[in-house]
Write a protein that binds this ligand. Structure first.
Ligand code: SDX
Length: 432
């Protein structure tokens, strides 16, 4: 990370000159190390949304927003998605190395062994309203795991076990929330099935109808989860790190990450894209109408699935998802008008000055919802799918934070612009 011949950044303010070391990452990115700034100058930096702020050093994921590069532990996502499965990638993100055959099989067996949830937790589902959003259920159930598995407080082995439990049980919780919403009995996980097969079977099998696992759907789900597995210091990952920085356990930190992901500006956008496309379809498919609304600063409307804080070119995941979309729908023989509309919308946006000027391109959420829909996953569970995919990334970042000697509790400052000191006016006593 920082080289011995560190460059220096110079700041001159209020007649004072200060120098700050410039840190250089393994891909040549540079950061001004301002850890002494307030002590030396009394100043803080002002950076709403942390657009210009590196919150940590990380060895997990590398993004290049200008070139559209995404690598997990140095491996390009385009290669991982062809050669590996989601369990390989989850292991890679968390442990830093790709598992060999033996390690992968042991990991898969461990995940299967921990795929059930405690019977008392299953009863929680009896008390959520039928229309409860599955992200609310997911967050509540994940934080409740800390009551059933308190070993988190112990040693590294306890943490590894908690990570494995979480990776496995998140599927069960998600599938049970779906069964609850349609009034069907839950289907328990099976040790005979793979990670994605188990999830699909718990979602769609029922006591009166066998669910035939389609290898096309299973592999597509596996690849979609890889696409979502990690993405540097995005909003929900930063939330997981911030909550963990207070000493909160992994379950509590991930539960907060789930809530952050739920927002329509973040992971909730995949649900927003389908709702936007359905509206476009209902309005006769006039893409220009949606584009014009998205450009109107007073319309309080964003083109869902478009734009990105880091990517100023096509999101590499969106490119893969678009191909996957055409492949999966083709193999399943599904003619999805929303896909045609999405492509029409993309074409209209990418040739519009407003989008070109602002480097607004499709992001990971633009096409993924269409594939989830083709799998029979309900729209309000799309962000749950994003959370299942992102979980290994959240766990890896939480663990990295825990083992980083330079880290301390996250506590940003502010620029106070409120009233100056004023006296409390006299008041009639009583009324307490
Ligand atoms: C994810 O960070 C990550 O890595 C996230 C993620 C991950 O894997 O974790 O990649 C997942 O969250 C993807 C993003 C999903 N969200 C959406 O698709 C919602 C729509 N997109 C936007 O809300 C927006 O693009 C963000 C939130 C994604 C990024 O917002 P920024 O970086 O804060 O950009 P901005 O709001 O400063 O916008 C810059 C300009 C503004 O116009 P001007 O004020 O300059 O005139 O671009 C405009 C914005 O109005 N703009 C859009 C737009 N996105 C930005 N205008 C219309 N439609 C959009 N989608």
């Amino acid at each position: 990370m920082s080289d011995s011949k560190a460059q220096l950044a110079r700041l001159e303010i209020n007649g004072r000159k200060c120098e700050f070391p410039v840190l250089t990452g393994s891909e040549g990115e540079q950061s001004v190390d301002i850890r002494r700034l307030r002590k030396e100058t009394g100043l803080t930096t002002f950076d709403p949304g942390f657009v210009n702020t590196a919150s940590c050093q990380s060895a997990i994921t590398y993004l290049d927003g200008e070139k559209g590069i995404l690598r997990y532990r140095g491996y390009p996502v385009e290669e991982l998605i062809k050669i590996c499965n989601f369990i390989d990638v989850a292991y890679l993100l968390i442990h830093g190395v790709l598992p060999n055959e033996q390690v992968r099989n042991d990991f898969a067996r461990l995940l299967n062994r921990h795929s059930m949830i405690h019977e008392s937790m299953r009863t929680f589902f009896d008390h959520f309203p039928e229309n409860a959003h599955p992200m609310a259920i997911l967050s509540a159930m994940v934080v409740s795991l800390s009551s059933f598995y308190p070993e988190m407080e112990s040693d590294q082995e306890g943490v590894d076990m908690a990570a494995t439990r979480l990776l496995s049980k998140i599927r069960t919780i998600a599938a049970f929330s779906y069964k609850k919403s349609i009034g069907e009995p839950v289907v328990q996980p099976s040790y005979k099935l793979s990670y994605c097969e188990n999830f699909l079977n718990m979602m769609f099998a029922s006591p009166v109808a066998n669910y035939k696992l389609d290898p096309v759907v299973v592999r597509a789900l596996d690849q979609l989860l890889i696409l979502h597995a990690d993405h540097e210091q995005n909003c929900s990952t930063s939330a997981v790190r911030l909550i963990g920085s207070s000493g909160a356990n992994l379950y509590a930190s991930v539960s907060a990450g789930i809530c952050a992901l739920w927002g329509p500006a973040h992971g909730g956008a995949n649900q927003g894209v389908i709702q936007m496309l359905e509206r476009l379809q209902a309005e006769g498919g006039d893409a220009k109408k949606i584009i014009d609304r998205a450009k109107d600063p007073n319309a309080n409307f964003r083109l869902m699935g478009f734009g990105h804080r880091v990517y100023k070119t096509y999101d590499p995941r969106a490119r893969i998802a678009k191909q996957l979309c055409e492949e999966v729908l083709g193999k399943l023989g599904i003619n999805e008008p929303l896909l045609d509309l999405a492509m029409k919308l993309e074409q209209a946006a990418l040739s519009d000055e407003y989008f070109i000027e602002r480097n607004l391109y499709p992001n990971v959420d633009f096409y993924t919802g269409i594939i989830f829909r083709a799998m029979g996953i309900p729209t309000d569970m799309f962000t749950v799918m994003f959370a299942i995919g992102r979980l290994p990334g959240w766990i890896a970042n939480w663990l990295e934070w825990m083992s980083d000697p330079a880290q301390k509790i996250g506590r940003p400052r502010q620029l106070y612009v409120g009233p100056k000191k004023q006296k409390v006016p006299p008041r009639k006593q009583g009324g307490f």
